[in-house]
Design a protein around this ligand. Structure first.
Ligand code: NAP
Length: 260
């Protein structure tokens, strides 16, 4: 099956975003990839090209409105359509309790994790309306559980999930979902293990260390397959839902598409 749909993926230079790009590239999607670091982004772009897809990249901070404008313009100027936006880029920092937290870093996290997804959905809306497109927002358990020392991450992701629900009621012609990807073996987990001690409660630190030590972190390719499927096929009746990457409805269909 060839899927020449046009998909924007933020945070595509590593981890979950890069793995999602590779799944979609295998289906010949046309991709616009974004992250701040130009070199790792170019490496993922080359991987996707080798898999047979057409790929553009826009390096820059997704929290910057001008960068979001470039991302959407890259897709629509080249291909004249947009089928999905995968809002995956996020930062975990600042790690620290709110009474001591760096306020500028807190504000930056909100801009990247919450405001940027709104920018891209807003800017992409005219094309997403035409394509009956999808906005897939990457969520986390932290969107519903308050984890000590993570107030920026928790609050921004809670906001992102509620934004998803608002988008669903405000514009039912664009399908908006959020997906929880589990706990993944990525740079974000490395950072938690490195920067968490001294800020996060010891039992929470131990939880994350043990997941790594006992090989219970998911490889990014696993949740990425579910994320890629949602970007292409999320059913309209799921509009506004928070979907688990392990949801049986998703896993079955995603396997049929990507493992074929
Ligand atoms: P990651 O390995 O740290 O990757 C994050 C990606 O986002 C990188 O490509 C990074 O590249 C990019 N990025 C960060 N800030 C950016 C900015 N301002 N503008 C543009 N790109 C930016 O993280 P991950 O684990 O793959 O996380 C992906 C998503 O999954 C996130 O939404 C995260 O909240 C969610 N998630 C992760 C886990 C987990 O256990 N890892 C669990 C639940 C949810 P640059 O640094 O070069 O910009």
């Amino acid at each position: 099956m060839s899927e020449q749909r046009v998909v924007i993926i933020t945070g595509a230079s590593r981890g979950l975003g890069a793995a999602t790009a590779r799944w979609l590239a295998k289906k010949s999607c046309r991709l616009v990839l974004n992250a701040r670091g130009a070199q790792p982004l170019e490496e993922v772009r080359q991987q996707c090209l080798a898999l047979g897809s057409e790929v553009l990249s826009v390096a820059g901070d997704v929290g910057d409105l001008a960068v979001c404008q470039q991302i959407v313009a890259a897709a629509t100027d080249r291909w004249g359509r947009l089928d999905a936006v995968v809002n995956n880029a996020a930062v975990i920092d600042p790690i620290g309790i709110y009474t001591q937290v760096d306020m500028e870093a807190w504000s930056r996290a909100m801009q990247i994790n919450l405001v940027a997804p709104l920018y891209l959905a807003r800017l992409g809306a005219p094309w997403l309306l035409q394509s009956k497109g999808k906005v897939v927002n990457v969520s986390t358990g932290a969107a519903v559980h308050p984890l000590a020392a993570w107030s920026a991450y928790c609050a921004s992701k809670a906001g992102l999930h509620h934004l998803t629900r608002c988008m669903a009621v405000e514009q039912p012609k664009i399908i908006a979902v959020s997906m929880r990807p589990g706990v993944i073996d990525t740079a974000m987990q490395d950072q938690i293990r490195k920067d968490g001690p001294g800020h996060m409660p010891p039992d929470l630190m131990q939880f994350f260390r043990q997941l790594k030590e006992t090989n219970r972190l998911e490889p990014p390719e696993v949740p990425a397959k579910s994320l890629a499927w949602l970007a292409l096929y999320c059913p309209p009746e799921w509009n506004g839902e928070m979907v688990e990457y392990t949801d049986a409805r998703v896993i079955r269909e995603a396997a049929a598409v990507f493992d074929a």
